[in-house]
Design a protein around this ligand. Structure first.
Ligand code: AMP
Ligand code: MG
Length: 466
């Protein structure tokens, strides 16, 4: 039996609007995550519950309000415009939000219809479950359901709901919403809520901030290690729990370029692959400024507060660099990588960029020697490999196998799955969800999923799908 305990709903009224999901005409399950369902104690849930038509006992649905910097510009009021937080369930693995994305209009919908179509819902299901399987902190996907309704975008599409599971949906932008209104009591209440919920060991506000900064440094290093480009790193799309959230126009790099940027709405490459650490740092600066008023009380002055918060903020580059070196060190089979290994790592990345080598297959192919095939200039790779062979750990093969997935959710494959699904065939979506949940083991029959796109298959741009 599922046990709800809705701690967010007990925060002051101005944190949310209580609202039920809209009815879906004819819910139909497309993807169901049986393993996650069991963990949460919701194995008996069906499409009616997942689409929001039936509210389970103990749920207390609401839409959360937040703000956020979108592409650098501040929007003082955003919020769950197409999502409803059903409630929080307590499980053996902890407390989790259950969130219905695409469940209809809320007071925060602005001009949107509150809906999602099946394409972005399938993408988020497949990609977020891959991320979880690859060891990246992330929101999870419990279910993807077709609502039976139509959603109007460039054309009409089948509507869908994603049942998203998260440690919480509290964002940097949630803090910003109250800070922008000068509502210090709310910022304090939110701070206490986040501390109790995510960082119970934090000794004070400054320590809480330090832990959030450290979690983000680790997270972004994980993204970089997978060639993941989030695509919309707005402050409303950054959690304080350190989980990846909001898989919109995200993509994984095929042929490596540090400037990789796929989102159709990111014209200046603000959220390109190589920008992600500095954007995270910038977002964390926005969060830090939300803590100033309460730190001022704790430390007895604005100057002291700003100085202390800035010092924590300035630890980000160092923390990130350490995490990045460890991450890429493991990818190369180095158990104990240090700063001194940066030239070795950059040496390979530089060659990969020069040759447009496939990111995933190069690393996955280090073990069986096929990495070399991705470089036209074999001699240049061999020269790099001499230094690598001399440096790698004794058990490098084991380390490499655990650090480098053979399979990633390639954009063209997801696109093919979405197109097939639109034509009534969900089998590729099922296949991707299943195989990508075990990305480190490659079965022979799945070798086609490791191929980069052919010229005809390339998807040059990705879309939010809102
Ligand atoms: P996103 O870029 O997906 O993070 O969304 C930014 C903001 O737009 C959030 O406040 C969303 O709730 C809102 N939004 C996105 N799509 C829709 C939609 N179809 N209907 C209503 N609100 C939306
Ligand atoms: Mg968002």
């Amino acid at each position: 039996m599922v046990q709800f305990d809705n701690s967010y709903a007990r925060l002051p009224d101005r944190f949310f609007t209580k609202i039920a999901p809209e009815m879906a005409p004819a819910p139909e399950m497309v993807l169901w995550n049986a393993g996650l369902a069991e963990l949460l104690g919701v194995s008996d849930w069906d499409a009616e519950i997942c689409a929001g038509n039936v509210i389970p006992d103990g749920a207390d649905p609401l839409a959360q309000v937040y703000a956020g910097h979108q592409f650098g510009g501040f929007s003082p009021q955003l919020g769950d415009g197409r999502a409803v937080l059903l409630g929080e369930v307590l499980s053996d693995a902890g407390r989790f939000d259950i969130h219905l994305k695409g469940a209809g209009r809320t007071p925060y919908s602005r001009n949107g219809d509150g809906r999602a179509w099946v394409g972005p819902v399938l993408r988020e299901f497949i990609v977020s479950e891959f991320m979880a399987a690859a060891g990246v902190p992330t929101t999870r996907a419990l279910a993807a359901v077709r609502t039976g309704g139509r959603v109007q975008r460039e054309r009409g599409y089948p509507g869908a709901v994603l049942v998203r599971v998260a440690a919480s949906h509290i964002r940097v932008g949630t803090f910003q919403f109250f800070t922008a209104r000068g509502d210090n009591d709310a910022v304090r209440a939110l701070t206490e809520h986040v501390r109790a919920r995510h960082y119970p060991d934090a000794s004070d506000t400054l320590d809480l901030y330090a832990k959030i900064v450290a979690a983000q440094a680790r997270l972004i290093a994980k993204w970089m290690g997978l060639g993941f480009v989030h695509g919309v790193m707005n402050t409303d799309n950054m959690t304080v729990s350190g989980e990846t959230i909001d898989y919109g126009p995200c993509a994984f790099i095929d042929g490596y370029s540090p400037k990789a940027c796929y989102s159709s709405i990111d014209q200046h490459g603000r959220y390109a692959y190589e920008q992600q650490p500095s954007i995270a740092h910038w977002n964390l600066a926005q969060l830090g400024s939300c803590f100033v008023p309460q730190m001022e009380e704790e430390l007895g002055g604005e100057h002291q507060a700003v100085e202390a918060l800035t010092e924590v903020l300035n630890s980000f580059p160092e923390l990130y660099q350490t995490a990045w070196v460890a991450e890429f060190g493991r990818k190369l089979g180095l158990a104990d990588a240090t700063r001194e290994d940066v030239p070795l790592i950059q040496g390979l990345l530089g060659l990969m960029a020069e040759h447009g080598a496939d990111f995933t297959n190069t690393f996955a192919g280090l073990r069986d020697g096929t990495a070399r095939d991705w470089f036209l200039d074999r001699a240049a790779f061999d020269h790099w490999a001499e230094g690598w062979t001399a440096r790698r750990s004794a058990n490098w093969e084991e380390i490499v196998a655990r650090a480098n997935p053979a399979l990633i959710p390639r954009t063209h494959r997801i696109e093919q799955a979405i197109q097939a699904s639109l034509e009534g065939d969900d089998s590729l979506a099922h296949r991707l969800a299943e195989t990508l949940a075990k990305p480190f083991t490659l079965k022979d029959e799945d070798r086609d999923l490791t191929f980069p796109p052919t010229k005809d298959e390339i998807v040059p741009q990705t879309f939010c799908g809102t």
